[in-house]
Design a protein around this ligand. Structure first.
Ligand SMILES: Cc1cc2nc3c(=O)[nH]c(=O)nc-3n(C[C@H](O)[C@H](O)[C@H](O)COP(=O)(O)OP(=O)(O)OC[C@H]3O[C@@H](n4cnc5c(N)ncnc54)[C@H](O)[C@@H]3O)c2cc1C
Length: 419
């Protein structure tokens, strides 16, 4: 195969291109936005006069596809974090603080130690986690786990909301189980928090583009794909805002645009169609990053706080309930949580509120059923040389960096198998 054409240069599109390039197949990426990165990007914010990420992204060391991707593009060293599994929490309503520190190995000795487990929990509470194993195809997180206990309130609920970006009363327990199986259940070595030292683009996007370029990869930005032209069950051209891009005989196309775009471009596609927002607030202020560089927050509106030089960023997931509040209302609500959590005394500094209204698909049983596999077009009556990628395809994971990268690897496998 000479070249693959990829619609969308988010993580899924980039991971597809990286996996193909490792096998000597070059890709052209067509990106509608002004830069690559999609929902995982950094940009210069004029109001704050500095670069910020669209939203904080936390990756755990057990996310193997993401780690392989970073290794391949030579960017693992751009990731920082506490270097061991350490999760500090604060309850801003009560002032209580605690840190969870799973042991490195599989044996969870930490749950036997009162000073290292979640305050107020006992051993039996942790056994309740096994209930995730028995969760049925429709069981929600709140149904599978006991939502009344302190373990749920102080650890499982915050983790589930962060990983699934869906209220636990609706979120699919099986997706949480996969996340847990890849991380917490494998022990502390698999749940070391990894955070970009500088920014998302500096870790996940720019090094990938440089790596791809040196292997014949090509990125065209500001180029929106408006239609796929098909003939005899083959995509023969991409119609774009820059004109028509022919797809040569034996070449393939990867649809790596988000589902709300893909379903307009791929005839008959069934894809997730309900979404959840994530709201991030970036306060321009210096603060002590503490032991981990981030902090889980309970008892307020803020959920996770990340501290970098000159900037304190707050994430609120499953945020459909608050996304329509004005930026000012959100800042007024969240700043008191930040002050308490970080023990700050200053008045509210300049802030940028970033609302990603369709941050991820809603991780419910109904949406899960709408996730197609990479070969979906060929398996239905679609084009044989069209493959799907994206965090919304059926990766078995919720919409995450790991899911997006795995989907890209899966798409590349399909193409390489048919080459
Ligand atoms: C605020 C926020 C916080 C998050 N936090 C985390 C986290 O902590 N941990 C984690 O693992 N994950 C997190 N995620 C999820 C993660 O960012 C996504 O799962 C991942 O980035 C999705 O990548 P993707 O390539 O599938 O999709 P996208 O990033 O959406 O990429 C699709 C690309 O296609 C382009 N495109 C769209 N239409 C067209 C067109 N017609 N022609 C050409 N190009 C087109 C888009 O511009 C985009 O660049 C978060 C997401 C958000 C928004």
């Amino acid at each position: 195969m000479t070249r693959v054409h990829i619609v969308g240069a988010g993580l899924a599109g980039l991971a597809t291109a990286v996996a193909l390039a490792r096998h000597g197949v070059a890709a052209s990426l067509y990106e509608a936005g002004p830069a690559a990165g999609g929902r995982c990007r950094s940009y210069f914010d004029r109001g704050l006069g500095r670069r910020i990420d669209n939203g904080n992204h936390l990756l755990l060391s057990g996310n193997h596809a993401a780690m392989t991707y970073l290794d391949t593009i030579g960017a693992r060293r751009t990731m920082g974090g506490p270097g061991l599994a350490r999760f500090p929490f604060v309850d801003v309503a009560t002032g209580e603080r605690w840190t969870i520190e799973p042991d490195p190995g599989r044996m969870p000795w930490w749950i036997f130690r009162r000073d290292r487990r979640v305050p107020g929990t006992n051993l039996r509470d942790y056994l309740s986690l096994l209930a995730l194993r028995k969760a049925g195809a429709d069981t929600t997180v709140a149904e599978a786990l006991d939502p009344s206990g302190p373990l749920y309130k102080r650890l499982l609920e915050p983790l589930a909301v962060a990983a699934l970006n869906t209220p636990p009363t609706a979120a699919l327990a099986r997706l949480l189980r996969t996340v847990m199986d890849n991380t917490l259940m494998k022990g502390g070595r698999a749940c070391i928090p990894c955070l970009p030292r500088e920014g998302l683009s500096e870790s996940f996007i720019d090094p990938a583009l440089a790596w791809l370029e040196s292997r014949g990869g090509r990125l065209v930005t500001g180029c929106r794909v408006t239609a796929l032209r098909e003939e005899n069950r083959r995509v023969i051209a991409l119609e774009t805002t820059d004109g028509e891009m022919p797809v040569g005989t034996g070449e393939a196309v990867v649809m790596a645009a988000p589902p709300w775009v893909a379903d307009g471009l791929v005839p008959g596609l069934v894809a997730p169609d309900e979404f959840q927002a994530i709201v991030n607030l970036h306060f321009q202020i210096d603060a002590d990053p503490g032991e981990a560089g981030f902090l889980g927050v309970l008892g307020g509106t803020a959920e996770w706080i990340f501290v970098k030089e000159g900037i304190v960023s707050v994430t609120i997931s499953a945020a459909n309930r608050i996304v329509d509040l004005s930026a000012d209302e959100l800042a007024q609500r969240v700043w008191p949580d930040v002050r308490t959590a970080l023990r700050l005394e200053e008045p509210m500094p300049p802030v940028r509120v970033v609302k990603e209204r369709r941050a991820t698909f809603t991780a419910t049983a109904a949406q899960e059923q709408r996730r197609p596999g990479p070969r979906w077009p060929a398996e239905t009556s679609g084009a044989h040389n069209l493959v799907l990628a994206g965090d919304w395809t059926s990766t078995g994971l919720p919409a995450t960096i790991e899911g997006a990268i795995r989907s890209g690897y899966a798409a590349a496998d399909v193409i390489l198998a048919g080459a």
